[in-house]
Design a protein around this ligand. Structure first.
Ligand SMILES: Cc1cc2nc3c(=O)[nH]c(=O)nc-3n(C[C@H](O)[C@H](O)[C@H](O)COP(=O)(O)O)c2cc1C
Length: 192
């Protein structure tokens, strides 16, 4: 039995940048479900996280929700008051751009848009936020220079209602900590 708005909806997109750090934080949260974009499904195993091995890392009751419908059917769980918070971490440049212009054609972008329309707080960990980003490709470290376009999109995302933008693992942890405090909840003390 799920009580009203008692769970975190944590969306993962196809970003290798800060993927490990994001999943490590997610697994410290109580009552959390993961929502994957199709790209996340591909990228997670590339970084050593097979889908079938994710489940034991999360709290009991965990659900792994995959992007298998054109109309984002699982978003209905927001209308059923299952989730109190929607997190997108890590968020690709692609997902940030779609969120900024209101495109909802993946599970994470649909979760973001519908949560906003329902007044459910969202936290987005945008990764292309500095002029120079050093990121872990599957086999090496790569230096990327996000364009003005990507940097501007992050600024525009900050202006969207019910959306807090964070730009580092430390900021993500702090934002979630504040959300837990507001909900009188706590991080998991045991790691599964
Ligand atoms: C191994 C790998 C790593 C990737 N890492 C990133 C990344 O760090 N940031 C990013 O914006 N896109 C990254 N991409 C590209 C995205 O996965 C791609 O743009 C995809 O269309 C994003 O879809 P989504 O936003 O719906 O998840 C990566 C792709 C691959 C194959």
């Amino acid at each position: 039995m799920i009580t009203a708005r008692s769970r975190f909806a944590w969306c993962v997109t196809g970003s290798g940048h800060y993927l490990d750090e994001s999943i490590a934080l997610a697994q410290r949260l109580p009552d959390l479900d993961l929502f994957l974009s199709d790209a996340a499904e591909e990228v997670l195993p590339i970084y050593g996280m097979k889908l079938e091995e994710l489940r034991p890392r999360f709290a009991p009751g965990f659900r792994l929700v995959r992007d298998k419908t054109a109309s984002a059917v699982p978003v209905g769980m927001l209308y059923d008051d299952v989730y109190h918070t929607v997190v997108i971490a890590p968020a690709t440049s692609n997902t940030v751009a779609k969120c900024v212009v209101g495109i909802s054609d993946t599970l994470p972008t649909n979760m973001f848009a519908q949560a906003g329309k329902l007044g459910i707080p969202g936290i987005v960990f945008a990764c292309d936020t500095e002029p120079v980003v050093v990121t872990k490709s599957p086999h090496d470290w790569v230096t990327l220079r996000p364009r003005r376009l990507e940097l501007d999109n992050v600024q525009r995302l900050r202006e969207i209602d019910f959306c807090e933008v964070v730009t580092s693992p430390a900021e993500l942890e702090a934002a979630i900590g504040r959300r837990l405090d507001a909900l009188s909840l706590a991080w998991n003390t045991s790691s599964s």
